[in-house]
Design a protein around this ligand. Structure first.
Ligand SMILES: NC(=O)c1ccc[n+]([C@@H]2O[C@H](COP(=O)([O-])OP(=O)(O)OC[C@H]3O[C@@H](n4cnc5c(N)ncnc54)[C@H](O)[C@@H]3O)[C@@H](O)[C@H]2O)c1
Length: 436
């Protein structure tokens, strides 16, 4: 049983997949006093880490440099080195394919690379978000095929990641960590692994419970955001400010949690994860109607914002065709550099389809790098922030409200602002303001 070596921090922890989830986790175990090895197929991530540099904006170089200088951190693309670690934590992507179905290829490829080198007695933990049954079907099957016995010669657990990048109050280790094990012994080993670095560990009775726990959290958000987006459209039609309504409702001290409307969902989690359950539920003859409906509403929001912009331009005697439109905020949420699934792309596509001239400004995204779905925008640069530059646009759409935006300069420099985030609440200026 590996628990003792986690308690006295003599074990080595391997993190596989060093992205938004894996890198903070790697650093958290290094800070907790463990020797850590980061594994990724991306050579450039390894190179950054071995130079003591971070490649994620909200994670400072100092964190990486400190771990490296203390001799605690190593990084590699050589999966044979899995044989050196006492615990392997998998944090690889779980996207949807073009048919909106789970794409487990990253999880499967990673397992095929890791399992042959697993040390006897190692803990193997999957953290990627996925449908209930994945750990049993994908992880356990492979370790058993290698001749290992879960609960005896390998300890298989599932522990969902709850990282909220850029959140100043919560970072990897002070967010309670739910853990499920394939057997009781697996759970015990998993709890020991996570207790060594996390403030609070929440054991649950199986991997399936832990898998569905993560999906419930994200489905709860997707459905409630869908609801408030629908209510925004109703409120707009009735000339009621939905933001004021939410503010008032949130004064109720029980039974109400505020959710806020926006231009659509973004990020690696909320727009994607619910559909992992939708897909798996079909195997059991169940249709997840709430999830599908929320998905439809949320996916239609960019179109709604384009329409509202079109109407506002029309009121000024302008067509979208030929208008210069600037999107503020390319990343999907405030103050981070993550552009995955950002609704700003859908807005840019929508305006471009109507022959507008489209630009963006985002202090966190100086240039659009390679993406899976938006090759057409690759290489486009963020325009400068100056009153003169802002004034050269016919309409400015606030898609993500970064703290860095000087909203007074904005409100005084431009003719028309479409505000999808209520960013300009309390800011007075000369611009025509449309909340959408
Ligand atoms: N980003 C978040 O805020 C967040 C929050 C909670 C849960 N999650 C979940 O965590 C998982 C990882 O998400 P992420 O945002 O860190 O993804 P990411 O894309 O930022 O990072 C994934 C990393 O895995 C690497 N990788 C891909 N295939 C690999 C392979 N075969 N072997 C080794 N490495 C490989 C990639 O190079 C990349 O560095 C996903 O399941 C996601 O749904 C993400």
């Amino acid at each position: 049983m590996p628990s003792k070596s986690f308690l006295n921090k003599s074990s080595t922890i391997g993190i596989v997949g060093l992205g938004y989830v894996g890198l903070p986790l790697l650093l958290a175990y290094a800070r907790a006093g463990f020797r850590v090895i980061g594994f990724d197929i991306d050579e450039s991530k390894k190179a950054h880490l071995l130079r003591g540099e971070s490649y994620i904006r909200h994670i400072g170089n100092a964190d990486v440099a400190t771990a490296l200088a203390g001799g605690k951190l190593d990084a590699t693309t050589d999966f044979a080195r899995i044989a050196e670690v006492d615990a392997v934590i998998l944090c690889v992507p779980t996207p949807l394919d073009q048919h909106f179905e789970p794409d487990l290829s990253y999880v499967r490829d990673t397992l095929d690379a890791v399992v042959p080198y697993l040390k006897t007695g190692a803990v193997l933990s999957l953290e990627s978000t996925t449908y209930p049954g994945t750990t049993d079907e994908e992880v356990v099957t492979r370790v058993v095929a290698r001749g290992l016995v879960p609960g005896e010669s390998v300890f298989v657990v599932y522990s969902p990641e709850r990282e909220d990048p850029g959140n100043p109050k919560f970072s990897a280790t002070n967010i309670p960590k739910a853990v499920g094990g394939h057997t009781t012994a697996c759970l015990e080993a998993g709890v020991a692994l996570y207790q060594a670095a996390f403030d609070t560990v929440v054991p649950v009775s199986s991997c399936k419970v832990a898998e569905l726990c993560k999906l419930l959290e994200n489905i709860y958000r997707a459905v409630n955001i869908g609801l408030v987006n629908e209510l925004k459209i109703v409120a707009d039609a009735m000339d009621i400010d939905i933001w004021e309504v939410i503010r008032a409702a949130a004064t109720k001290p029980f039974g109400f949690t505020p959710f806020y409307p926006g231009p659509g969902l973004g990020g690696h989690c909320i727009p994607i994860d619910p559909f992992y359950l939708t897909w798996k539920a079909k195997e059991f003859g169940v249709h997840t109607r709430f999830i599908e409906l929320a998905g439809q509403i949320n996916r239609a929001m960019p179109e709604y914002v384009v329409q509202r912009t079109m109407i506002a331009l029309n009121a000024k005697g302008k067509a979208v065709k030929g208008s210069r439109i600037l999107l503020l905020g390319l990343s999907y949420k405030a103050d981070v550099d993550d552009i995955r699934e950002s609704p700003t792309f859908a807005l840019m596509d929508g305006f471009r389809a109507l022959d507008a001239e489209v630009d963006f400004h985002d202090p966190h995204v100086p240039i659009i790098g390679p993406t899976r779905e938006h090759a057409v925008w690759q290489g486009k640069k963020s325009v400068e922030w100056s009153a003169e530059c802002l004034a050269s646009y016919d309409a400015i759409v606030i898609s993500t409200h970064h703290k860095a935006f000087d909203l007074q300069v904005l409100a005084d420099s431009v003719d028309l602002i479409i505000d999808t985030r209520n960013a300009l609440a309390g800011v007075r200026g000369t611009a025509t303001l449309v909340k959408a």
